[in-house]
Every structure is written in C-alpha cells, then in structure tokens.
Design a protein around this ligand. Structure first.
Ligand code: UFG
Length: 341
C-alpha cells in the first residue's frame, strides 16, 4: 500500500515509517516539523535504504494541505498533532485548534481522494481514571479527563466515528497507546524531545547521561507493590508494528485497539532495568505525587492479539538498552553529527 503518514518525522511516526517499509509498503511523510526534525526522515532513508517523499505542511491548515497533497495514496496513518499534556493545560485553544482541525482536514482529504483506510493515533488517556484494571477497550471513555490533550484525542475519536456513519466504506482503526519507550535497534532513530522532557523515560536517560542530577519520583505511597506509579510500557517498534497490523486489517467500520504490553511496571522497576542496561546509576528522590497522575494504568491487549494478530514482543530490558544506545549515539538528538548503520 502507499501510505500517507502524518506526523511521520516524530518519535512514533519515524518508527512506524520503518515498520511499514520493512513490510514492503510505500511511505509518504507529511509533517510540519514544528516538533520534529527533517534529519529523522534522512535516518529512516538511511536505515531502510530507500528515498521517502516528504510533504511539509501543517495538516490543520486546510487550504495548504488540500493544495500540497497532490500525490495518490491508498491509506493514511494519522499521527500529526500536539502531544504535551502539560502544555495543553496552558494552551487549550491551540491544542483543540491544531489537533481537531488536523483530524477534520485529513478526513476531508480522504473523502476527496476516495481513500477509505485510516489508522488513528489515540491514547489510553481517553479511558480517564480506570474503574478496573487491566483496561480493555470496553472500559468507559471520556469520564474524568483532566486535560485538553486527552480531550482532543477523545474528540478526534468521536469525529472519526461520526464521519464513518455518513461514510460507511471508511475503515477506521483507533489505536490507544499506553506508554511508548525504546528506540530502533540501529541507534539511528529514537525520541528527540524538544525543551525539558516530562515523561519518565527521557528523564531517566538524561540522569544516566549526566544532563540531569536526579530523577524526581512522583509519589511513593500509591497502592502498588513498591508505592510508585505503575504503567504499561510498550516498545516503540512493537507499537509501530501495531500500526502496520491495523492498516492491513482494512475492514469497514470503526474499531479501537489497545497497544500495550499488558504488564504493569513501577517507576522504580523501570529505573532498575535502565540501570542494568546502561550500567549507570540513576539518582532519584521520592517526592509528592504529580497533579492528575494515576496509581496504575495497564492495558488488556487481548483484542489486538485476537483480531490483529499483534502482541508486544520486546522485553523491558531490550527497550531500555535500545533507548540508551540511541541516547549514547545521539546525545543531542537529531542535531548530532554521529550517524552509523
Ligand atoms: N514519573 C516520575 N517522574 C518523572 C516523570 C514521570 O516519577 O519525572 C512517573 C509518573 O508519575 C508516572 C510514570 O512515571 O507514574 C509515567 O509518567 P509519564 O509522564 O512518562 O507518562 P504518563 O503515564 O503520565 O502519561 C502518558 C503519556 C500521555 C498519555 C498518558 C495516557 O505521556 O501522553 O500516558 O495514559 F496521555
């Protein structure tokens, strides 16, 4: 298939591009590079040994997008959007404008081109505070959401559902990500957070590399085995392969899938695993809980296993090893010179 990959230069997008190319699909990257780097596309080309067409446009800009996307494609994987929970609280209007318009413009483009296969990047955040764990796709959505980023994912899912009602040929797959970590094993592609990272994995990596003195562990008295927050960490290449499986499903209707490992891991377990893989000590201090944080968020990934034949394969240790390998080779992310096969 010829796949339009929106947000294809980002952390999940770049790995998804590789997974698609590895399966023999063609990829067209659409990105505005507002929070990503063109060097990511060059690295994908290097690893995959192929040229990738790039359309540089802000997908939320309807006129520019309809004008600039002048090539044919068979399917779209939609990852373009703003993704910081913290920033979304400070800039709600910007988050709604960009994330919702991007989805609306893409749906219009798909209709105009008679493309019916869509995979959408959603988030476990749509479930809100879990009423039971692990969380299956039947868990209620939308209750107790606390930030505009989460609402924008919830609303985009709804926009896609409503669009499918008037366009029954649309095959839309909603992928609800849990916590992506890791990097491609080549060490050429990985996470390149701009500004000060707030997610656990990049913060741990910065402590390991000496760029940060210590990790603040947010909360030590949760009702979890060691008192620290428990999440479902999913390797970004496993996640990427989930997109390929979803794309190949291509069945009319809307279907949601959790992309998680099904295994709960505490903050301190992740710290210890990273220490083993990096052979560095991660200094940390247990502090008060972060506002809005949940004790435990773990996926029931059985629907994706049953219907897509997809399951997480990589271990936590392998994800930490690959993340560290990427960090060591690219201490300043994509601006660094060092590239190797
Ligand atoms: N944590 C720390 N210290 C830090 C950063 C995080 O202790 O410096 C802890 C958090 O308290 C939490 C765990 O590490 O227990 C994971 O935190 P992240 O910030 O990495 O991830 P979250 O689970 O808070 O959020 C992630 C994504 C969101 C998404 C959400 C959905 O970042 O985009 O999962 O569940 F909305």
């Amino acid at each position: 298939m010829r796949v339009l990959l929106t947000g294809g230069a980002g952390y999940i997008g770049s790995h998804t591009a590789l997974a698609l190319l590895e399966r023999g699909h063609e990829v067209i990257v659409l990105d505005d590079f507002s929070n990503s780097h063109i060097e990511a596309v060059r690295r994908i080309e290097l690893v995959a040994g192929t040229d990738i067409p790039v359309i540089t446009v802000d997908l939320s800009d309807r006129e520019a997008t309809l004008r600039k996307v002048d090539c044919d494609f068979d399917a779209a994987v939609h990852l373009a959007g703003l993704k910081s929970v913290v920033e979304s609280v400070a800039q709600p209007n910007r988050y709604y404008r960009v994330n919702l318009n991007a989805t609306l413009v893409l749906l219009e483009l798909l209709r105009e081109r008679s493309v019916s296969n869509l995979v959408f990047s959603s988030s476990a955040t749509v479930y809100g505070p879990p009423v039971n764990s692990p969380i299956s796709e039947d868990h209620p959505v939308g209750a107790g959401l606390t930030n505009p980023y989460g609402w924008s994912k919830f609303m985009s899912e709804q926009i896609i559902r409503d669009t499918q009602r008037i366009r029954p040929d649309l095959a839309a797959t909603l992928l609800r990500y849990f916590n992506p970590i890791g990097a491609h094993t080549s060490g050429n592609i990985g996470e390149d957070p701009t500004g000060v990272p707030t997610n656990l994995m990049p913060v741990i990596a910065q402590v390991a590399s000496g760029r940060r003195e210590k990790l603040s562990v947010f909360g030590g008295t949760y009702p979890t085995p060691d008192g620290t927050g428990v999440r479902d960490y999913i390797d970004v290449m496993d996640l990427a392969e989930g997109h390929v499986a979803a794309l190949e499903r291509n069945t009319a209707g809307v279907r949601s899938y959790n992309l998680g490992s099904g295994v709960g891991v505490s903050v301190l377990e992740l710290v210890r695993t990273f220490e083993e893989q990096s052979e560095r000590r991660i200094a940390y201090a247990i502090e008060g809980p972060r506002l809005g944080d949940l004790a435990e968020v773990v996926a029931d990934p059985s629907r994706a296993a049953d219907e897509l034949g997809w399951r997480a394969k990589r271990t936590l240790g392998a994800s930490c090893r690959d993340y560290w390998n990427w960090q060591v080779r690219n201490p300043y992310g994509y601006v660094s010179e060092h590239v190797s096969r």
